[in-house]
Design a protein around this ligand. Sequence first.
Ligand SMILES: C[S@@+](CC[C@H](N)C(=O)[O-])C[C@H]1O[C@@H](n2cnc3c(N)ncnc32)[C@H](O)[C@@H]1O
Length: 195
Amino acid sequence: MDWDGAYKNRQTPWDKGAPSPGLVDLLEASPMRGRVFVPGCGLGHDVRAIARQPRVEVVGVDISPTALARARRFKRRGRETFLNGDIFNLPREFRGAFDWVWEHTCFCAIPVQRRKEYVAAVRSVLKRGGEIAAIFFLDPGLADPDAGPPFGVTKRQLNSLFLKSGAFEIVHEWDPERAYPGREGRELMRVMRAV
Ligand SMILES: C[S@@+](CC[C@H](N)C(=O)[O-])C[C@H]1O[C@@H](n2cnc3c(N)ncnc32)[C@H](O)[C@@H]1O
């Protein structure tokens, strides 16, 4: 997938111009504190929503320089920064440097065969006891599920990747009350702790 080309051509149907409703609700219920890593942040709507909270520093990473050039044009909301990079090749100084990961539509965007690498990448940036909060796209509603991205995932696959691997333990899981129009009932939210 040519992500930068998609941003250049403005073919970005995933970008809703606003943070994920599930994230907004989560932050209201339990704010994030410390350092937060956001993989595949795109234009950074979620990054800025997190950065509005007190005592938080957020780093959004995306492989598309065009997306990040646009992300940086938005008004700053707090201590947010953006880094152009590949989540499968993160800087050394990211290791164990974050209290939280916020996952939203990066996991479903990467090739299915790289999911174990994804889990290793997000585990590597977290401190022990740090947490990943995520919205997983269970059912993107494609007629051919292999025609993604987005690639859907089952709870069973998530358990195998994140829990049975021993990388994480589950803290909480729920169906989000709100979603972007068209995604209702298709998402799962989970908080998992790095062990
Ligand atoms: C479906 S988009 C979602 C963007 C954003 N989370 C949103 O909801 O608007 C997936 C994003 O992941 C980025 N991406 C894909 N592979 C990546 C990788 N290996 N490293 C970093 N970013 C990646 C793409 O450039 C794109 O911005």
